[in-house]
Design a protein around this ligand. Structure first.
Ligand code: PEP
Ligand code: MN
Length: 385
């Protein structure tokens, strides 16, 4: 992340009402659940009844306008779904939440008395769309949740929150639903927790709700992601639940039945963000003190290492030697990884750390070798904070 952006986030000035002023959790954690898409009146209403019966669900979600990546897929049932949501709410007492992507969606949803609106990941990625939604929201005080954009760009996420907030919406929350990444991993959308934590650090009053369904992309990973979200002190979960996921028209692999959802929630461990017990507090303070000292040493040693790198850079320059010698890098990686393994460090961790250090060394040497030809950009890895 560049310096300019960091200062911008620091100054993030959102006017936010606390989550408890617009949503009262039925149980802990706060849970918004419902099908990916409203498909039929029966499917939606029956799912809502089962969800309400768990006693754990605070609000019912359902997509009625579905922004699909490819044409030809089910694009949502449309406005008729609003009537079904009304019925589901009347029969279960659950407040309702839908995704809006145009001014018309906002107008129709507000007219139908939908309680919470959310901006989807594809919309957040487009400032024109967000502004259109924001303009349509003016004069209303409906709660709005803004999903992170599809791509890992925290500025777009912040920009969307600001646009909605500037329209006068103060019942605001962010939804963390993971990010597209070129590398294929076990997740449908890489969680990139550091981006959500970054948002939290710079706007501590902004509630963040995690959407483990879209991060996971499959049922199996949802418990893991949900627990991690709670451990990251997120304020709630949005989980897709369908009366019969095997026949769901969208996102079938990641939806869970209401009873599976209930069991999943029971298995989560809720931890305290604040330490209340003084004995625990003292013990933690002592351990943190030790960590602080070690961190200082690590930084000091890294600075020493970079000084030597500079000397090497000058030496290579004077003798016309290339910056990168692959053999030397291989040797470093090999030896240090083995050393790390012997000391119980995860191989991936040691490798990533070495790559980060190595890329900074190369950047420094490039600067020395090419003095007068412009500054080398700080490496990608260093900007990912
Ligand atoms: C959804 O919530 O069903 C949805 C479309 O999610 P996202 O915008 O996160 O892809
Ligand atoms: Mn979905």
């Amino acid at each position: 992340m560049n310096h300019e952006l960091k200062t911008r986030i620091m100054k993030l000035d959102l006017k936010i009402q606390p989550l408890s002023s617009w949503i009262t959790a039925k149980a802990q954690p706060l849970l918004i659940a419902g099908p990916c898409s409203a498909e039929t009146e029966d499917q939606l209403v029956a799912t809502a009844h089962l969800l309400a019966a768990t006693g754990k669900v605070t609000a019912l979600r359902a997509g009625i306008w579905k922004p699909r990546t490819r044409p030809g897929e089910f694009e949502g049932i449309g406005s008729i779904g609003l009537e079904w949501l009304k019925r589901a709410k009347a029969e279960t007492g659950l407040p309702t939440a839908v995704e809006v992507a145009t001014a018309k969606h906002v107008e129709e949803a507000l007219k139908a008395g939908v309680d919470i609106l959310w901006v989807g990941a594809r919309s957040t990625a487009n400032p024109f769309t967000v502004q259109e939604i924001a303009d349509a929201l003016k004069g209303s005080d409906v709660p709005v949740m803004v999903k992170n954009p599809v791509n890992p760009d925290i500025s777009l996420w912040i920009g969307a929150l600001e646009r909605i907030n500037n329209a006068g919406i103060t019942k605001l929350a962010a939804i963390h639903r993971g990010f597209s990444s070129y590398e294929k991993t076990a997740f449908r959308n890489e969680p990139m927790w550091d981006l959500a934590i970054n948002l939290k650090t710079h706007a501590p009053e902004l509630p963040i709700i995690c959407d483990p369904s879209h991060i996971s992309g499959n049922r199996e990973l949802i418990p893991y992601v949900s627990q991690k979200a709670l451990d990251m002190d997120m304020q709630g979960l949005m989980i897709e639940s369908h009366i019969d996921p095997s026949v769901a028209w969208t996102d079938a692999k990641q939806q869970v039945t209401p009873s599976a959802l209930s069991e999943l929630i029971d298995r989560l461990t809720l931890r305290q963000p604040e330490v209340v017990n003084t004995q625990v507090k003292d013990a933690l303070a002592e351990l943190r003190n030790k960590i602080d000292k070690i961190d200082d040493l690590v930084i000091q040693k890294l600075a020493e290492r970079m000084k030597i790198v500079e000397q090497i850079g000058n030496y290579k320059k004077d003798n016309g030697i290339t910056i990168l010698q692959v053999n030397r890098w291989d040797e470093i990686l090999q030896k240090r990884s083995n050393y790390g393994k012997a000391l119980n460090l995860h191989a991936d961790f040691t490798e990533k750390l070495l790559e980060l250090i190595h890329s900074e060394s190369i950047r420094k040497q490039t600067e020395i070798m090419n003095a007068g030809q412009g500054e080398a950009p700080v490496q990608e890895q260093l900007t990912h904070s």
